[in-house]
Design a protein. Sequence first.
Length: 66
Amino acid sequence: MSHLDAFSRHVDTVIHENILDRCNILREQAKDIFCVKEKPGIYSSRCEFFLDDEGVMYRRLTGNKH
């Protein structure tokens, strides 16, 4: 099994009964090397990666990348 970061994992790794569960996402991001090393800002900081109010990390989409 190859190592994938939390953003590359298939959604099925965090879905239980067809519902994305924030607790599972937070747990997986806490174990992920990339997420642990990243220094996300808050949403208003305009950083590429940011945390929501509950601590879930997101990547900001910028422009049209194809």
